[in-house]
Design a protein around this ligand. Structure first.
Ligand code: NAD
Ligand code: LMR
Length: 333
């Protein structure tokens, strides 16, 4: 289902009117390039704007030869950032350094917080009404960073800010499909919380599939630490890029279709949310219905097994710390 949604030109006839400008910041990177390729194939986009501090003229020239009905522009360096962002409806941010083996996502904070803050400042200035899709890690902290920057510029709208956690649900359905020997495209796992280790909480009890205790423990661990699997296999050369590009393209496509008026589009995403507010957590991922203004309806967590309730208890302190770290980075600077 997802593969056909990304690659089939058949979806060109959906209800969305043409005309979106999408900007990718960090477009020359490991995620940025394949993500930009997939977005060049997306018929809902007619202007694709590629920004990075290196190599975007080449990436843009290359993609511009693909005969889909959209234009591609390359923008390199801070002096071209404003032009890259101007009139963008959607801004996707994969800019930032990836992990090496032995690192946590939080270890990326010192480098990536500053990168995301700078890009958010430019977005607040040049495209204050754009929908911002944050891929750069640590997502649990970089999303609050963007929010605080937008608040400082008096342009914050929680309906337009998303942490992209799609890769967690993509992985969850893949791993469950492998375990149960079924087509993963037909499996939907509600993954809640954040995007790092124990803050990633797959609610396998909501799938309607029966699992043994051993299967639940093994699958939960693999979904929580799926990113580490790729980091280890890449052996110091980076983290997930190709699966992330697919996940990022899927989320962007879902949002564009919702902005264009298509109904009933639900994606899990890390947003400013009421669902864990009673536990002092301001940003949280659950299924979110997308609409013409971005976030339309944030779904509740739903029923959790005793095992999942323990996952939730373990995740809350880390999420709180991650969020506070992002908020403080902007406000105590
Ligand atoms: P990469 O190093 O291959 O690419 C990053 C790109 O960002 C580079 O091209 C670099 O030049 C660019 N960049 C650096 N500073 C910049 C700035 N100030 N402005 C614009 N561009 C800048 O890394 P990658 O593998 O593409 O990963 C990018 C980020 O995405 C990392 O932080 C990684 O942890 C994260 N990630 C998130 C998820 C997720 O599920 N949300 C999944 C995979 C990776
Ligand atoms: C992932 O989940 O693959 C990304 O967050 C990258 C990482 O550091 O694992």
């Amino acid at each position: 289902m997802l593969a056909s949604r990304i690659f089939s030109r058949g979806f060109a006839s959906s209800s969305f009117q043409r005309g979106a400008k999408v900007a990718v910041l960090g477009a020359a990177g490991g995620i940025g390039q394949p993500l930009s390729l997939l977005l060049k194939l997306n018929p809902h986009i007619d202007r694709l704007s590629l920004y990075d501090i290196v190599n975007t003229p080449g990436v843009a020239a290359d993609l511009s030869h693909i005969n889909t009905n959209s234009t591609v522009t390359g923008h390199k360096g801070p002096e071209q950032l404003g032009a890259a962002l101007k009139d963008a409806q959607v801004i996707v941010i994969p800019a930032g350094v990836p992990r090496k083996p032995g690192m946590t996502r939080d270890d990326l904070f010192n480098t990536n917080a500053g990168i995301v803050k700078t890009l958010a400042e430019a977005a607040a200035k040049h495209a204050p009404k754009a929908h911002i899709l944050v891929i750069a890690n640590p997502v649990n902290s970089t999303v609050p960073i963007v929010a605080e920057v937008f608040k400082k510029h008096n342009v914050f709208d929680a309906k337009r800010l998303f942490g992209v956690t799609t890769l967690d649900v993509v992985r969850a359905s893949t791993f469950v499909g492998q375990t149960k020997k079924t087509n993963p495209e037909n499996i939907n796992v509600h993954v809640i919380g954040g995007h790092s280790g124990v803050t990633i909480m797959p609610l396998l009890s909501q799938t309607g599939t029966k699992f043994s205790k051993e299967e639940i423990e093994a699958l939960t661990n693999r979904i929580q630490f799926g990113g580490d699997e790729v980091v280890k296999a890449k052996d110091g050369t980076g983290s997930a890029t190709l699966s992330m590009a697919q996940a990022g393209a899927r989320f962007t496509d879902s949002l564009l279709r919702a902005l264009g008026g298509e109904k009933g589009i639900v994606e899990p995403t890390y947003v400013k949310s009421h669902v864990a507010a009673k536990d002092g957590v301001e940003y949280f991922s659950t299924n979110v219905e997308l609409g013409p203004e971005g976030v339309s309806k944030i779904h509740d967590i739903g029923p959790m097994s005793d095992y999942e309730k323990k996952l939730y208890e373990a995740a809350i302190p880390e999420l709180k710390n991650n969020i506070k770290k992002g908020v403080d980075f902007v406000n105590k600077a």
